[in-house]
Design a binder for this molecule. Structure first.
Ligand code: SF4
Ligand code: SF4
Length: 284
């Protein structure tokens, strides 16, 4: 497929990249990636949790083979246009992500494969993603300045070394932005997610939007903080604050407004979450 037609396909069918796709198609997240290589202060990964719907939550972790079985069942039952790995840890930090994508690519040569990442390992993994035929990638970038990033991330683990403070922030930001540029240089369709954290990064969100556009990301998804983890006492931004900042950022890059901040095992259209239903089918 030519690059242009792949992009058109994303606009028409990918429920996370486009509202048009979101009205007609569903996505399936496979929770094959438990490990994370950084620590965001707002993160609280959770399992066996049937009533919570937010990133980082999954009923359980499944193996690549179980995930393939889930894909076979889901695509029979629903109009699924995208198969993605979105955690509950960082997909690039888990070999099982790549093993799963290899399996699913064999069975479904034409379906969109998608992943989201904190970006730390992007520069090392871009080639692998290209070889797997992945076309859409979401990178979560929450800061421009290391001094801001320091307030958001407790530590990173990179090349076997645990880093904290300024050193960790500088490494992470450099890899996120370089990784984003490497992706777009190779023709990937990239969405930037930014968590709006009141009192911490709201002044940098527009700079992130501007830089993301300059580096050729296609869309931006500003998501409101869900107070959790070490940030449990912060306020969730109001709808008005969120909309105001989206309007400012829209001058630079197209904004996504239909994100549901899905679970790592989400299934179905964005209007419905059938992950529990799928879990039951899978266990039958
Ligand atoms: Fe949690 Fe995701 Fe941050 Fe990792 S990158 S700590 S899984 S929010
Ligand atoms: Fe799409 Fe948002 Fe759900 Fe990700 S979290 S699958 S971007 S709706």
């Amino acid at each position: 497929m030519k690059k242009q037609s792949l992009e058109e396909g994303v606009i028409n069918t990918h429920p996370c990249f486009s509202e048009r796709g979101h009205e007609r198609y569903g996505r399936l997240h496979l929770p094959v990636a438990p490990v994370c290589n950084i620590s965001c202060n707002y993160c609280n990964r959770n399992y066996d949790c049937v009533n919570e719907s937010r990133p980082g939550v999954s009923s359980r972790i499944i193996t690549p083979l179980e995930a393939l079985k889930r894909v076979l069942v889901a695509t029979e039952r629903d109009r699924i246009s995208v198969i993605g790995v979105a955690g509950p840890g960082d997909p690039l930090a888990n070999e099982s992500t790549f093993n799963f994508f290899k399996l699913v690519r064999k069975e479904f040569p034409n379906i969109f494969l998608c992943l989201s990442t904190n970006g730390l390992l992007l520069p090392k993994k871009v080639e692998v993603l290209q070889d797997l035929g992945i076309f859409t990638v979401t990178v979560t970038i929450n800061a421009i300045n290391p001094s801001t990033a320091e307030k958001i991330y407790a530590w990173i683990l990179y090349d076997g070394k645990l880093m904290k403070g300024r050193e960790a922030s500088e490494y992470l930001l450099e890899n996120q932005w370089n990784g984003l540029e490497m992706l777009t240089d190779r023709g990937f369709c990239v969405k930037v997610n930014s968590v709006l954290i009141p009192g911490v990064n709201e002044r940098e969100i527009e700079n992130i939007a501007e830089r993301a556009r300059r580096l050729k990301a296609k869309v931006m998804n500003i998501i409101p903080l869900i107070p959790n983890g070490k940030m449990i006492n912060l306020q969730k931004p109001s709808c008005q604050v969120l909309e105001d900042i989206r309007k400012v950022c829209e001058k630079h890059i197209r904004q996504i407004r239909h994100c549901r901040q899905c679970r790592a095992d989400a299934f179905g259209s964005l209007e419905e979450d059938k992950d529990i239903e799928l879990e039951l089918i899978n266990n039958a």
